[in-house]
Design a protein around this ligand. Sequence first.
Ligand SMILES: Cc1cc2nc3c(=O)[nH]c(=O)nc-3n(C[C@H](O)[C@H](O)[C@H](O)COP(=O)(O)OP(=O)(O)OC[C@H]3O[C@@H](n4cnc5c(N)ncnc54)[C@H](O)[C@@H]3O)c2cc1C
Ligand code: SF4
Length: 498
Amino acid sequence: MGHTALILGDQLMRDNPALEGADRVVVVESLGRLGRRRLHRRRAHLVLTGMRCLVRDLRADGIEVDYRREAASIPSVVRELTAGGERVVCANPNDPGGRAHLRDAGAELWDSNQFLVSSDAFSAWAEGRNTLRMEDFYRDQRRLHGVLLDDGEPAGGRWNFDQDNRQPPKAGLSAPAPYQPREDEIDEEVRHDLDRWVADGTIDLWGEDGPRQFAVTPDEAQRALDSFIDTRLEWFGPWQDAMVDGERTLYHSLLSVPLNLGVLAPMRVVRAAEHAYRDGNVPIQSAEGFIRQVLGWREYVHGVAHLRRRDWPSRNALGATAPLPEAFWGRESGWACLDTTIESVSATGYAHHIERLMVLGNIMLLAGVEPWAAIRWFQTAFVDGAEWVMAPNAAGMALYADGGGMTTKPYAAGGNYMKRMSEHCGGCQYDPRKRTGDDACPLTALYWDFLDRNRDALKGNHRVAMPLRSLAKIEPDELKAIKARARRALEHELGGRA
Ligand SMILES: Cc1cc2nc3c(=O)[nH]c(=O)nc-3n(C[C@H](O)[C@H](O)[C@H](O)COP(=O)(O)OP(=O)(O)OC[C@H]3O[C@@H](n4cnc5c(N)ncnc54)[C@H](O)[C@@H]3O)c2cc1C
Ligand code: SF4
């Protein structure tokens, strides 16, 4: 018996398993879903453009597509079709919450091929382990898929080249411009629809519009991958943690959007990076450092999101309750690190990993922002803000809400880290070395205030033992002054409730 293949907006792969044996396809643009929470304008543009391009291409190949625009919700369309006797098949949704909704509406869910490790396979890997170390998972994936192996041993003699990577920025560091797709009439049509829906209050968009920077079709994704491998992968490793003014993308790949939309297969990306190394075009530390992101971190985060899906809402190990400060929506704080990063996220919907973790996430951690307020903001602010990615990255990695399930210590850092790894402090009114006084760096004051507030929660963690010893040596009067500086930062500079 044939079926109708339901294609979700983040499952745009042409080898979507639901297409196998399908009589026809249904694609649903759900206004209910688009309007559910505030979204970056560029994210809405990318998802809708990707969906409409797929519909165009399927029809060009002679496939019947029932394209529902402005639908109330995806489950409502599924219910309508199944009530009419249709068998609706969908690849397993990537988001942990999506599966139950579609199943309840009557859809059949088939195994998806979008990730290399399905959520069931990840659960099997996790079974019986006390800790779920990304490094263990990643090495197992390298062995399983035979990636960067020479006779079963890691290429280059080591599994991990982090020590050679993560260098601070050097003067004049700049990277070749990334691939930029050519827009067409679908982009214009989407812009027009977004304007209309904003005007009638159906959706709430944040951030600026501008030329599309991310790939949304398989062809564009291949070009983006080729361009990255040919022009930027070589230096990805050494500069992956550097933050450089005016060079927001640096040597990063900008592939999270096509990967998350399903128009680029993760193994294609991994093999392309490995070939570049085997052909002698890029050094091992860049190939390994990049493959670790895609084969390691991305798959691991997806697995953890599903495995712990019931735990995330209740996790708040540090008891953080502060609302999200207004500075995250663009109110000027006067901190160069935060203001320039927010400005850039608003303009493009993009920041690289270290800016997300060590600027935005770190400031939320130090400010004690409640984990779900953080998750919701990250979901709004980024072009690649998939739901499965958020709880592990924002709550687990950045806010330590799971009490060390993903990291061995909180990623808390003051001005010294920022000074070493970024160019922000050079143009700032504050001094990153100072924690008291008028020109004291707010991050440095907040860092010590954070340790003081969380002394009890962190005291058993040997990786925080040294900073806690340094904290204990601060004289009471100085600690009082630090805490006063931190309070000024929270109440006046970051702004109150957003
Ligand atoms: C607080 C926080 C929020 C984040 N939000 C998102 C998000 O909404 N969507 C998203 O795709 N990624 C997110 N990430 C992970 C990572 O920062 C982005 O995938 C990456 O910055 C995207 O840029 P790029 O494609 O240039 O990545 P590159 O630096 O070129 O890395 C290559 C690829 O590795 C994958 N990757 C690397 N690290 C991770 C990770 N921790 N989780 C998932 N994939 C990873 C991505 O697919 C990325 O495209 C977040 C990380 C943090 C700390
Ligand atoms: S001095 Fe402090 S506030 Fe200013 S950019 Fe550096 S870390 Fe940020």
